[in-house]
Ligand binder design. Sequence first.
Ligand code: KE4
Length: 428
Amino acid sequence: MKYQRSSALFTEAEKYIPGGVNSPVRAFKSVGGTPVFIEKAKGAYLYDADGNRLIDYIASWGPMILGHAHEPVIRAVTGKAEKGTSFGMPTETETEIARLAVSMVPNIDKIRFVNSGTEACMSAVRLARGYTGREKIIKFAGCYHGHSDAFLIQAGSGAVTFGSPNSPGVTRGTAQDTLLAGYNDLEGVKALFEANKNEIAAVIIEPVAGNMGCILPEEGFLQGLRALCDDSGALLIFDEVMTGFRLARGGAQELFNIQADIVTFGKVIGGGLPVGAFAARNEIMNHLAPLGPVYQAGTLSGNPLAMSAGLAMLSELNDRPEIFKSLEEKTLYLHKGISRVLTRHDIPHRINRLGSMISVHFTDEEVKDFGSAATGNNDRFKKFFHGMLNEGIHLPPSAFESWFLNDALSYDDLDLTINAVEKTAISL
Ligand code: KE4
């Protein structure tokens, strides 16, 4: 594969944009080399500036569950654009997607749309604090809920990749209200509740973590958090920015049959346009302005183009729930193929997988939290990443990210991916 034009484009971008990118993980800092510039995408494939076709497992970090440039989404957006792009006043499309989301997701009566997952999680925490009258929150080391100050305390994703768990600029005042626990460490959470009686407004968690690679909740962990929140009057916030509308129509709440108090969304809900959302039952959502005192707002919230993209995507997922089973089967097929190759080459590895989320960790330890995810051999991951890229497979450029499969991937694409692992394994 040649990447001359991408390299030239990156050099030019670096003149005007910090690090040449508008989101740090795209800069390839944790895998080395220079990022691939994408010209277009269709179905399961990215087409880069040098004319390479790449099988895509980033899926724009989650949104592209139906594949890139999915016809119904494109038609919805282009049709809507001809009528104007933003009005700053309510539109019927917002009600249509809100009604559909409420019908798909358990235990929510109302949903508020914003412009990113960060905004959704930030607003959910403010709502929980306003509703409970408490100030502290519990988050989990390695989980990422976006880049608002309260979350950049041992955040996952880019912050972990850069090894800067506590970002400069986050004040001590903010940090003191964010308590840290270990993923799957229920005893640790219990201790925090004991030490901060009646002070904890909420526990926020990725019900399946996707920002340390993919990490699954152990049996009883989420149920334990639910019980602790019930006992203490704290709210349980499921950050479903990644898992929402990906693991099932009703996301992780449906899959694990557990009720969160507030659920946040992003990625799939916007069909690739900038949308986030947070949702809860009426008694909580009715605290939100203009009904209640908890303020939250946004110029482009509920933007007609973004709403039409999200409505087209959610409508198809709602009408074709068999997609989730098909994606799970494809992901299992990929898991088995990759593991067969790495095992044959005696390469220590762990593969975590749920639904259409999967990650490969070059360690012989079970990966069940941030600490064990960090035992992965990152040099080996770098070689793996670039070996796969040279074979035309674009993985997320960090060992601390989940891969995302999309419905447009064929079993031939999966076989090409497994063959690329075979060709790459010899150099690991
Ligand atoms: P955004 O603000 O990036 O839309 O969403 C923040 C967010 C919140 N919650 C979870 C569980 C998330 O995974 C994210 C964002 N995910 C990262 C990928 N790990 C976005 C990629 C990036 O930062 O460029």
